[in-house]
Write a protein that binds this ligand. Structure first.
Ligand code: SF4
Length: 217
């Protein structure tokens, strides 16, 4: 039986942050295995099933190979393994800056205070819109970020409506990006400026540094 102090892990590696307000910083990535969603444009399908059960101490040992104190839990969906909260807390206690990127279908309320929660809200173009746990939006503050990945104009309009309904511009950090190769970034920037949207536009930096067909960072 799997210990409560372990996680199913797909990979642990070090790279630069490709997105979020931490973009460009060297970061340790802990990618968990498994996700209940199936976004049509998902670029981490390899993390749906493949992985090994690692104890918290094995995860920490793997992280210790690098001199950085910035760690991001990503997936897959890290919050589908709730015992992750204990590992996050121990990292916070040891002085790490801890980020978690979540697909937005799991209640983020159990994530320890101090963790930067990056919540990906699924727009219609993902075909996962009905899976969003909208109550998460009420929990976000300026330590957190909410992310919208847009495949088309419909996704943009849907995102702006949600941003305004939940007054996200005055409560948290908003990230807007495009599905790589599907939606023109310059068009989205024009729409944002026209609407006076208070959001950060971002490109997936790793797809410009490395071959975009390689695995997501
Ligand atoms: S939530 Fe993330 S990992 Fe899960 S299907 Fe969507 S893009 Fe892929």
């Amino acid at each position: 039986m799997q210990s409560l102090q372990s996680l199913k892990i797909h990979e642990i590696y070090c790279s630069v942050q490709g997105e979020s307000s931490f973009a460009g910083l060297p970061c340790i990535f802990v990618r968990t295995t498994g996700c209940k969603l199936r976004c049509v444009w998902c670029d981490t399908k390899h993390a749906y099933h493949e992985g090994d059960i690692l104890s918290f101490s094995q995860i920490r040992e793997a992280m210790d190979k690098w001199p950085y104190k910035l760690v991001e839990f990503t997936g897959g969906e890290p919050l589908e393994q709730p015992q992750i909260a204990e590992l996050m807390q121990s990292l916070l206690d040891d002085g790490y800056t801890v980020l978690v990127e979540t697909g937005g279908h799991v209640d983020i309320g159990f994530v320890p205070a101090g963790v930067h929660r990056i919540v990906d809200m699924k727009a219609p173009g993902s075909r996962m819109q009905k899976k969003n746990h909208y109550a998460n939006l009420n929990l976000l503050g300026f330590q957190d970020e909410v992310k919208f990945v847009l495949a088309n104009r419909e996704d943009y309009d849907w995102s702006v409506a949600l941003i305004r309904e939940y007054a996200l511009e005055i409560r948290t950090n908003i990230l807007i990006s495009t599905v790589f190769g599907a939606q023109s970034p310059s068009e989205v920037v024009e729409w944002m400026l026209k609407d006076g949207l208070k959001a950060r536009f971002q490109l997936q930096m790793h797809k410009y540094i490395w071959d975009p067909s390689t695995r997501a960072v």
